[in-house]
Design a protein around this ligand. Sequence first.
Ligand code: MSP
Length: 518
Amino acid sequence: MSGKPAFYITTPIYYVNDNPHIGHAYTTLACDVMARFMRLDGHDVMFLTGTDEHGQKVEKAAREAGLDPRAFCDKVSKNFRILAKEWNFSNDDFIRTTEPRHVRSVQALWRRLEEAGEIYLDHYEGWYAVRDEAFYAEDELGEGPDGRKLAPSGAPVEWVKEPSYFFRLSAWRDRLLDLYDSRPGFIMPETRRNEVRSFVAGGLRDLSISRTSFSWGVPVPGDPGHVMYVWIDALTNYITAAGYPDEDGGDFRRRWPALHMVGKDILRFHAVYWPAFLMAAGIEVPRRVFAHGWWTSEGRKISKSLGNVIVPSEIVARYGLDQVRYTLMREVNFGNDGDFSHRGTVRRCNHDLANDYGNLAQRVLSMIARNCGGRAPRPGDLNDGDRELLDGAYGLLPATREHIAVQAFHLMLQAIWGVVGDANRYVDEQAPWALRKTDPARMETVLYVLAETLRVLALLTQPVMPESSSRLLDQLAVPESERQFDRLNADHALRPGADLPEPTGVFPRYRDEEQGAA
Ligand code: MSP
């Protein structure tokens, strides 16, 4: 067993009624960046994603596709694995709720809740939205143009009347409020926490947790006429993958609790139902639930009917993978909604990446190749300006750690780009091309300071842009074994005189044929 601190992060598990779109890619990307950062920073990381395969919505989608639910799930679940590969996601596991390990886990949790007296059998009569897989109270509903009742999400609702097991959610109100109050970082961002808090403070109804009107789900132990409500099934995936129900053997105690990254639309399930289930079963609650915002496309809501769904593989083919990863993490303050636009993406690709970062690397590496015989420069004494740039670069690790600890990916990138800007100003001020004739020794010092700054920058951009950062690090001859964050200091600085490979550009400009380069 490793002595490194454990860190467990999860994406929602995705419904297989739909193919991957930008929403899926975005949540998983944020987790990937976090997981990569923590691994590089010496943590023993587990990063989980997967697919949510039971319930009425998936059963209906399978029927519409003319497939048996299992065959349908196999087919669509594979598309999420493909997405993970295409986007270079570093997940350690991929869970499917139809796997035996999960069925065993969710049935064990059910039994635990039943033994604790938290479950009772009754009848459910009320509104249900299949699209949201959620129950709604009458006063939550609105009306569509045709007079039909709609859930707050806009999903149609239907009246359901059937026998059902219930979870005593109403009894958990005060303990949930205590949890939110005693752990302000449990739900983030704060505005979302306040929304959840007031929802819970308003009182909770017991939750219907089984259905009898369809069969595509995990059978309720001891009463197989019922299948479990898909959310109790789905949420449990997070502990299944950590080893539940083997709480004492295996890795469970070391792994759990997790940080859950979710979209704002599914916060209530994660921040109300899930901690209540866990507390009722005597299991620790999650470390945090972070709810991110939603993307629009060119200013419009994304929807199939508008035909403006953003397909992850298409934007990667168009702009490049690391370019898209960077744009999504930089363009909005993580937690807020954002707009994905062609113009905005091209600006990020050309301005931040090609001009600022790429050009810095290209200028420095090609000057070194031309003027230092293809070797890392040999510095003389450093002056205050040199030290200032390097100190700024070394100071990035504590700064980015603080941002990552609160999932402020945009602030992490802004901090890194602050040093990119400083380095570009330093090149202009120091004008190493002019020093070549007047003071070659000083030129070597300046180029060394820049190359060392680049090493630090390339190490720190690895979580967001793994592939491009790796190419930069190759060009600086930093071996793979020296790319951990414990190398982000002067003790592990670039070795003067080391052979460097021929430099090549890493961030090409995006050229827009119709509109001209932005
Ligand atoms: N199966 C449930 C989650 C169960 S977790 C125990 C589910 N699946 S989903 O496939 O619908 O999830 C989609 C995810 O994508 C959610 O986190 C949702 O917030 C996110 N997004 C869907 N559209 C989105 C945007 N337009 N923008 C950003 N994220 C959005 O819910």
